[in-house]
Design a protein around this ligand. Structure first.
Ligand code: G4P
Length: 526
């Protein structure tokens, strides 16, 4: 098979949601359809229900044993699908943001009862920034949720994207009757607690016919006709190009728990979602079909079993063909590396692979060579764009409380390479600032520093609201600003200058006061 045929066969995506919207349930149903798992309950939720560090460490330990949960590869209707798992807990959102850099599209799950939640908005911001095509699955229609028109309106407003429903619910909650698919011109009748194979699907070419009333009852049939009339007036035919450009999100209604509307969503995904596409590197655009091999590391998973200190770097192939035992250039270190046991994750099993193609995610055993964003190539000095650091949301000063400064230094460096946290250095006093997206990560860092590196530390609260990467063409004004805010200026891991704003109000105030200073909210601003 040619490399282009291999590329066309692949779909690499992530399911994202606010915790509890139904991501794990939907993932599991997808895997059941594809025959990748045989029974429900096989997909472990990576949720941390009690939000305690011990919960987290336990989950991580299990994941360390079965890293397969980070990528699930399966075959469906002749395609090789790579489904990338994302952490459920909001304190680990940064990990999800990075996973989004490695996918070609996304399915967003929204709870119809709760509507758009905080985490949904943040994740969608990253998708919009990257122009990632998004399919929306509106879940839990078996519960008394919001009016679907209001939901679609809320999605459009809060997620700042055009939404086009391709299916439409007939009532909801206890009187939920099913969905009408514009997409397939049929009616899916809902029977609670029935398996997907039993889904009753009725072909409906004309919803004005009495057949609809027989299936859903006169009152609901009338309501559907009215809704469909309205929707047809608002939406024209679905434009897949707009979806591919990240400008239009098709939406489907269903209930993951009841396996309802799930297959339709998966089938729509197969039809619409893009195969692996071109990627921007600092010097040029890299096409997947190029002969020369390239790819990048987007996630590093530490092995928390102290007897095996190796880590697994999750690597997305971007172009060409990856081959086991071939030498590839590690661009940042300017050295050649060879991988004897690259792993794939087909059907939840970790297997050694001989080759991999664009869109594939492989696991590379790592003894400390990799950082997030690192590139491997055939020899070219490529550096992929679009793997930025985002501003952390919680900041603390790292204080060494044991004599083991070296271990602490080593531990914190490795944890930053893995992307557990970001570390900055304040210009004055050279104090270390650790930034995360949630409190739980500080507990995890202390725990891991102590247990893996034998170093103790504590964290002092800092009154910072956001880290902004700053630049300017006006050297005098830039210097004035840096002098004025000297206590709030530092550097990131790549030595870029960062300003720590104390509040949103103050930040806006400085933006007005120093108009030639540019404040960037991700590390990738060039
Ligand atoms: P997440 O990965 O997005 O965090 O969500 P997850 O799938 O774990 O689902 C969160 C809760 O919502 C689970 O209940 C799950 O059973 C339920 N759920 C998922 N889809 C539907 C649906 O279509 N309808 C209804 N009514 N519930 C749904 P839980 O009680 O938190 O967990 P469990 O004890 O059932 O596993």
């Amino acid at each position: 098979m040619s490399i282009n045929d291999e590329i066309l066969k692949r779909r690499t995506f992530a399911i994202i949601s606010h915790p509890d919207a139904g991501k794990t349930t939907l993932t599991e149903k997808f895997l059941l359809f594809a025959g990748a798992i045989q029974s429900a309950g096989a997909v472990k939720s990576n949720k941390i229900k009690k939000s305690t560090v011990s919960d987290f460490m336990e989950i991580e330990r299990q994941r360390g044993i079965s890293v397969a949960s980070a990528v699930m590869s399966f075959e469906y209707r002749g395609l090789n699908i790579n489904l990338l798992d994302t952490p459920g807990h909001k304190d680990f959102a940064e990990d999800t943001y990075r996973t989004l850099t490695a996918v070609d599209s996304v399915i967003l799950v929204v709870d119809s009862v709760k509507g758009v939640e905080e985490q949904t908005e943040k994740l969608m911001k990253v998708c919009r920034m990257r122009k990632t095509p998004v399919i929306i699955f509106i879940n839990k229609l078996d519960r008394e949720g919001a009016c679907p028109f209001d939901l679609v309106d809320e999605l459009e407003k809060k997620l700042d994207i055009k939404v086009q429903p391709l299916s439409w619910p007939i009532s909801r909650g206890s009187s939920f009757k099913g969905v009408y698919s514009f997409h397939q011109n049929n009616l899916h009748i809902f029977h609670p607690n029935r398996g997907a194979d039993d889904d009753e699907i009725v072909a409906i070419t004309d919803i004005s016919r009495h057949a609809l009333d027989e299936h859903v009852g006169g009152e609901f049939a009338a309501q559907l006709r009215e809704d469909v009339e309205l929707l047809k007036g608002v939406y024209g035919s679905f434009d897949n190009e707009k979806y591919l450009a990240g400008d239009l999100a098709p939406a489907f209604f269903g209930s993951a728990l009841n396996n309802f509307g799930v297959k339709e969503t998966l089938d729509a995904f197969i039809e619409m979602a893009p195969p692996p596409g071109a990627r921007e590197a600092a010097t040029r655009r890299v096409e997947p079909g190029e002969k020369s091999f390239s790819g990048f590391v987007f996630k590093i998973h530490a092995n928390l079993d102290l007897r095996h200190r190796d880590r697994i770097a999750f690597f997305r192939v971007c172009s060409g063909k990856f081959e086991r035992n071939a030498f590839y250039k590690h661009v940042r270190l300017n050295t050649n590396l060879r991988f004897t046991n690259p792993a794939s994750f087909l059907g939840q099993k970790k297997d050694v692979i001989e080759e991999a193609y664009p869109g594939d995610v492989i696991g590379l055993y790592d003894r400390g060579h990799f950082k997030i964003g690192d590139t491997l190539t055939d020899g070219e000095n490529l550096s992929f764009q679009g793997i930025p650091s985002f501003s952390p949301e919680v900041f603390r000063e790292l204080i060494n409380t044991s004599m083991k400064a070296k271990q602490l230094e080593k531990g914190i460096k490795q944890l930053t390479d893995e992307g557990v946290a970001q570390v900055f250095h304040l210009a004055i006093g050279h104090r270390k600032v650790v930034g995360t997206v949630g409190q739980l990560q500080f507990d995890v860092i202390s725990y891991r520093l102590e247990h893996e590196y034998g170093a103790k530390c504590s964290f002092e609260p800092l009154n910072f609201y956001k880290a902004c990467w700053i630049t300017s063409n006006n050297a005098a004004q830039f210097k004035d600003f840096c002098d004025y805010k000297a206590n709030h200026i530092g550097r990131d891991k790549d030595d870029n200058i960062v300003f720590f704003a104390e509040s949103e109000w103050m930040l806006h105030h400085y933006m007005e006061q120093f108009p030639d200073v540019n404040f960037h909210f991700t590390s990738e601003f060039k």
